[in-house]
Write a protein that binds this ligand. Structure first.
Ligand code: CTP
Length: 453
């Protein structure tokens, strides 16, 4: 962990030159207005965790500006961001007025690459009821940091004079970075925002930190108090909360550390935040790992969204109606909703049908209309015998082609028509069953079929 007297030299050294220059420019603008500007949150944490020789590639930078602004409608953050945007027409400005927050976004920019800078106006928030959206009120940087999740995320570096480069560490974040602990700032934090439980797990696993014991007690208390369910009954589950819950679940389930993170979520009993029927028993655990192995092999480019399949399995034991509602609340994509809708029916149907088939071509017919994700889900829900058939289909049979195709039939002089499909299906079936191999053998079958009409 870096030393702390003045962090500007080490920041200049660690950051990309263009990013550093941009921060200097934003700081100068703030200074000219008589405002204070701070870099806060994850960026400071990651900079402090980096040793001096390493470069840090920050794509997501949080700034907080503290100062009076001219208009009652927009905060200093919004004003500052607008000024910067005028100088960089390549970046997009997006304003979340309610929270006095502005974001500057560069997308695949030649100078900045992909960069997202949030500029907030320092403020305090209070929660009128647990897990509600925070309401905003202008205040100082200390209060802004106090409303954050963990001490390691509640550090700031001042970017404007006087004392630019100074680390602001009101809550012992630096000690916790050194001690490798995720410590919450106040006892009610998880009650106010249950998604922070997922964040605690994410940071602990990603940074190889421990969750500090008192913090763990708060987590368990929040879960035991049934926070999520209670809120649901009172209809206080805000879209913002479920959006955050989805984002944090996705973050964890698609990270390369998803296994220990999921295990830790389960150990803390916090999968209940998704739904009180979600548990990671041996069977579900096995299914998730098995599906992940298949996905890695069969969908190496991750077109399906492996995290979604893991989530679908995780929630698969919830009763169908509530599971569907949960999937809708979490705004899962259409493919996922369709799978969740039909799973139990297709699993048992395909299993039964496959077990009745003797020939490869018959098994093929039962499987070829299904999408890869469906088949993987069927496989992990089936007995070994069926799973093996599906694996053979996916890795071998689905790649087999008959010795002749439609163009070959045309070249051989057969008139295209409905008969073609019958003939080609038959050729494929015979090829799958090993009854024909060569074009000559296929040609005999074709002739017989066309001759017989
Ligand atoms: N934050 C919070 N509670 C949440 C989400 C975010 O207090 N439920 C605060 C944290 O202080 C965090 C900051 O908002 O540092 C920015 O959030 P985010 O970008 O999600 O976190 P990072 O710390 O930047 O994490 P990462 O490096 O994974 O992006």
């Amino acid at each position: 962990v870096a030393t702390v007297s003045c962090l500007l030299p080490s920041m200049r050294h660690s950051l990309k030159k263009s990013t550093w220059k941009l921060l200097e420019m934003i700081a100068k603008e703030a200074e000219d207005q008589g405002w204070h500007l701070y870099i806060v949150g994850g960026a400071v944490r990651d900079l402090l965790l980096t040793n001096n020789n390493q470069k840090v590639s920050l794509q997501d930078i949080d700034l907080v500006v503290d100062g009076f602004h001219r208009s009652a409608d927009v905060g200093a953050g919004v004003e500052l961001a607008s000024t910067i945007q005028k100088k960089y027409p390549n970046c997009r400005l997006s304003v979340h007025g309610e929270f006095q927050t502005a974001a500057l976004l560069w997308h695949k920019d030649p100078e900045f690459g992909s960069l997202w800078i949030d500029i907030a106006t320092s403020r305090t928030e209070f929660y009128p009821y647990p897990a509600a959206n925070p309401e905003v009120e202008s205040s100082s940087i200390r209060q802004d940091l106090y409303r954050r999740d963990f001490t390691i995320n509640a550090l700031a570096v001042r970017l404007t004079p006087p004392r630019e480069g100074e680390l602001l560490d009101f809550f012992g974040g630096l000690l916790d970075l050194k001690g490798k602990e995720v410590r919450v700032l106040h006892a009610n934090s998880f009650i106010e925002d249950p998604t922070r439980i997922y964040r605690a797990v994410r940071f602990a696993v990603r940074l190889n930190f421990d969750i500090e014991p008192q913090t763990e007690t708060y987590i368990r208390y929040a879960i035991e108090s049934g926070i999520y369910d209670k809120l649901k009954l009172k209809n206080h589950v805000t879209p913002a909360l479920t959006t955050r819950l989805k984002a944090e679940s996705k973050y964890i389930l698609e990270a390369n550390y998803w296994k220990p993170a999921l295990q830790l979520l389960s150990d803390l009993d916090s999968l209940k935040c998704l739904h009180n029927q979600v548990i990671l028993d041996d069977k579900i655990w096995w299914q998730i790992r098995c599906a992940s192995r298949w996905l890695r092999y069969l969908d190496p480019d991750n077109n399906i969204g492996h995290w979604l399949i893991r989530l679908e399995i995780l929630i698969s034991k919830i009763n169908p109606q509530e599971r569907k509602q949960l999937a809708l609340n979490l705004h899962l994509p259409k493919d996922s909703l369709e799978r969740i809708d039909k799973d139990n029916i297709i699993y048992s149907e395909i299993q039964e049908l496959l077990l009745k088939c003797n020939k490869i071509s018959d098994k093929y017919k039962q499987l070829y209309r299904n999408k890869l994700a469906d088949l993987i889900l069927v496989a992990v829900n089936s007995k070994k015998e069926v799973r093996r058939i599906i694996w053979q289909y996916l890795t071998q049979w689905s790649k087999i082609q008959a010795p002749l195709n439609g163009n070959d039939l045309k070249r051989m002089g057969y008139k295209p028509g409905p008969q073609y499909k019958l003939v080609l299906d038959r050729l494929l079936a015979l090829t799958l069953d090993g009854e024909i191999k060569t074009q000559q053998e296929a040609a005999i079958i074709v002739k017989q079929m066309f001759d017989n009409g």
